[in-house]
Write a protein that binds this ligand. Structure first.
Ligand code: COA
Length: 392
């Protein structure tokens, strides 16, 4: 396999973007990524676009073609990738593999979703398509309710409290305040979370990621190409993916996401690092309980100690492992197909020292963790300042 680097990143502001359509968002993110990389569209050899459900949200399928068309990239190959909320992470992985395997040298990986053109009920039904339609959504389950079941079980087994869940949201809103691209730039308190409207008990409004429009894009290059274009590449040291049962009830655990553990183990092994080596991580906090499970499954804390870690202020901006410096899905927003690419963009900026007010000092190793559905698809990437972390 050849070495691959990220050499540019761009994204739109996430939020309710009613003035723009999907194509305008794609162009905004894509052009910013090309400008960041210092390359022209005519140099790009392939495009991979993460999108979960353009057809059900806005009646638009064929998103690969749409993105290539409006970005002026025709006639290069352009491919849409779908893996529910992990669509972006998987598009990034496909772009990585296409270069590592020798097919291309300069590729764009993007992600996009336009979710706010429909009412919340319709968005909930569409998102429910990522669960098991016959055994979960048909019987009334929604994503908030599926994650609420995991939260209940985690509270039962490990004593995790609603206050600890709230602390995840408070931290991520603090980080979102420093991110000009974030949907919510608003400080909240534990009391605000506890007093917010119940959505699926014990999860309340402020435990949930929102419904969001947005796009993000990154430029990937082979080692040879990257060294020609920039002195400041960010290397992809590992890419790993794992799958699990579609439905929660068939899972081996309700308090962890086993595919996260498997993908993370593979990623750490490939990169030659331990969890404690990570300086900055963008993890999949679609609900506050999801971030607690993520920090446990990624090995940042022992199983069951995630909740307590938030009381101790672990994972805040500038701590040993800063988690969700972008504001995470909770505050930055969660345009499902774009999230995985936004995570890579945030880690890229942190590792390059370009993260503005939310920059953490001396970030060298970053991790992204993108989950599809309630854990049926997980994609983990390790990125760093070093082409080979074993020789750092
Ligand atoms: N966090 C913080 N504020 C939120 C919010 C969230 N998740 N969702 C909505 N708000 C705010 C809105 O900005 C709005 O504020 P305003 O009155 O100051 O303008 C207010 O709450 C009401 O917004 P509205 O759009 O009417 O909320 P809603 O009740 O229709 O939707 C949820 C709220 C939680 C149901 C919806 O955001 C949701 O379904 N989230 C989960 C998405 C999901 O499942 N994603 C996939 C994960 S796997």
């Amino acid at each position: 396999m050849r070495r691959v680097a990220v050499i540019g990143a761009g994204m739109t502001r996430f939020g309710e973007r009613w003035e723009e359509g999907m194509r305008e968002l794609a162009v905004e993110a894509g052009v910013r990524a090309l400008e960041s990389a210092g390359v022209r569209g005519s140099q790009i050899q392939a495009l991979y676009v993460g999108n979960m459900s353009g057809g059900r949200f806005i009646g638009q399928e064929h998103i690969g073609a749409l993105a290539a068309d409006y970005l002026g990239l025709n006639p290069i190959p352009s491919t849409r990738i779908e893996a529910a909320c992990a669509s972006g992470g998987l598009a990034f992985r496909q772009a990585y593999l296409s270069i590592a395997g020798g097919e291309f040298d300069l590729v764009v990986a993007g992600g996009i979703e336009k979710m706010t053109d429909v009412l919340t009920g319709q968005a909930t039904t569409t998102l429910g398509g990522a669960a098991d339609q016959e055994w979960e959504t048909f019987f009334g389950a929604t994503f908030p309710s599926i994650y609420a079941l995991m939260a209940r079980r985690h509270m039962h087994e490990y004593g995790t409290t609603e206050e600890q869940l709230a602390m995840v949201a408070v931290k991520n809103h603090d980080n979102g305040l420093k991110n000009p691209y974030a949907q919510f730039r608003k400080k909240i308190t534990v009391e605000d979370v506890l007093n917010s409207s119940p959505v699926a008990t014990p999860l309340k409004l402020l435990d949930c990621s929102p419904i969001t429009d947005g796009a993000a894009a990154v430029v990937l290059a082979s080692e040879e190409m990257a060294r020609k274009i920039t002195d400041d590449p960010v290397w992809i040291n590992a890419s790993a993916q794992a799958s699990d049962t579609l439905a929660l009830h068939s899972r081996s655990s309700f308090t962890s996401i086993p595919a996260t553990r498997l993908a993370a183990e593979k990623a750490y092994q490939k990169a030659g690092i331990k969890p404690k080596d990570v300086d900055v991580a963008e993890v999949h906090d679609c609900f506050t309980i999801a971030e607690i499970m993520a920090v446990e499954d990624l090995g940042f804390v022992p199983k069951g100690e995630g909740g307590k870690a938030y009381e101790e202020g672990m994972f805040e901006l500038g701590s040993d492992i800063s988690v969700n410096t972008s504001g995470g899905l909770k505050a930055c927003g969660h345009p499902v197909g774009a999230t995985g690419i936004k995570q890579v963009a945030e880690v890229f900026w942190q590792l390059r020292g370009e993260a503005g007010e939310r920059q953490i000092p001396d970030a060298e190793i970053g991790l992204t963790h993108n989950v599809g559905g309630s854990g049926a698809t997980v994609v983990v990437h390790v990125l760093s300042r070093y082409p080979d972390l074993r020789q750092r």
